[in-house]
Design a protein around this ligand. Structure first.
Ligand SMILES: Cc1cc2nc3c(=O)[nH]c(=O)nc-3n(C[C@H](O)[C@H](O)[C@H](O)COP(=O)(O)O)c2cc1C
Length: 293
């Protein structure tokens, strides 16, 4: 290998290492500074552990008591601020059920219906999933706020690491803001008339440094639900890469959309009612995507 290419590799590796180091310091600082929101996320995580333990057919009395005690303390400390939140009420219910399970030795479980789909329903739902296409040119119609709320409520139903619920959607239909944002998003080329832009972010302070990358998984899963849910309303969207953005690009967009410094932008979605749908790029043979071992 030529000395010049070794030096270039070394420079690139060093640049990324320094970036990671800077990010890690920022992450730890933010996590230290974050108050009750982080504690509430921890409570959801603990209650998810207790819930899992109770749903385990070989439930063992006396296990997870430290998590239970910490959950009780968190419930007490957070009650006044979050008692109106459905996720907090769920946490209270789980803590109470766990206490009963310790007393009786058997957890009280609710029967959940496992719906089975007919062939027709399966075909209908498969068509719906396949109907998602990345569209890049839109009509100028605005999307109603109620529709956006419904879409977000389906989006956040996605699985998420330990129930921390860290995804945040920053949505704008303000033409002036969109005009200012578009040049900062390198992937937004060949788009016409974008009426709605969504910044999909992750609240990073809810993760320890060791699982910081989970935030990208969580936000991506929610983003896919978001795009699929939009299809229910005749709305199409395209996910756009934001990882090439410079520090200035990120700062400018965050400032335009009032995004907190503890939130990381995971991707950007351009969406709206389609002017003309493109054909869907053809996937490889399904066999190339999986292996049964
Ligand atoms: C993480 C991610 C980043 C993407 N970034 C861009 C982008 O920057 N610009 C763009 O036009 N499309 C982007 N796309 C859309 C892909 O090009 C598109 O999903 C792919 O070509 C398959 O087409 P389909 O979505 O219509 O099935 C992105 C998709 C994903 C999942």
């Amino acid at each position: 290998m030529k000395i010049r290419s070794v030096l270039s590799m070394f420079r690139s590796a060093l640049k990324e290492t320094l970036k990671d180091y800077k990010y890690n310091c920022h992450h730890l600082k933010i996590r230290r500074e974050c108050g009750s929101e982080k504690d509430f996320a921890t409570l959801r995580m603990y209650c998810h552990m207790l819930d899992k333990a109770m749903n385990n057919p070989s439930f063992e009395k006396g296990h997870s008591m430290r998590v239970y005690e910490s959950s009780k303390t968190l419930c007490f400390n957070l009650m006044s601020k979050y008692q109106g939140d459905p996720a907090f009420r769920w946490a209270l219910e789980i803590v109470e059920r766990f206490k009963e399970a310790q007393e009786k030795g058997v957890p009280k479980l609710v029967d959940v219906n496992a719906r089975v789909y007919s062939l027709d329903e399966r075909s209908f739902i498969s068509d719906f999933i396949n109907s998602r296409i990345s569209c890049r040119n839109f009509k100028s119609n605005q999307i109603e706020e109620n529709a956006l709320k419904e879409i977000v409520s389906l989006a956040v139903d996605a699985p998420n690491g330990c129930c921390r619920q860290t995804v945040r959607f920053h949505i704008t239909q303000d033409a002036e803001i969109i005009h200012k944002i578009m040049p900062h998003v390198a992937g937004m080329t060949n788009f016409t008339n974008v009426p709605c832009v969504v910044f999909v972010c992750a609240e990073s302070s809810f993760y320890d440094l060791i699982d910081k990358k989970l935030q990208y998984v969580d936000a991506s899963l929610a983003a896919e639900n978001f795009i699929l849910a939009s299809r229910l309303y005749g709305i199409y969207g395209t996910m756009c890469n934001f990882f090439h953005a410079s520090e200035k690009d990120v700062a400018d967009c965050k400032s335009l959309l009032h995004i907190k410094s503890s939130e990381n932008v995971v991707m950007v979605i351009a969406m709206g009612y389609p002017q003309k749908l493109p054909e869907k790029p053809v996937r490889r043979d399904v066999e190339s995507f999986y292996e049964i071992v």
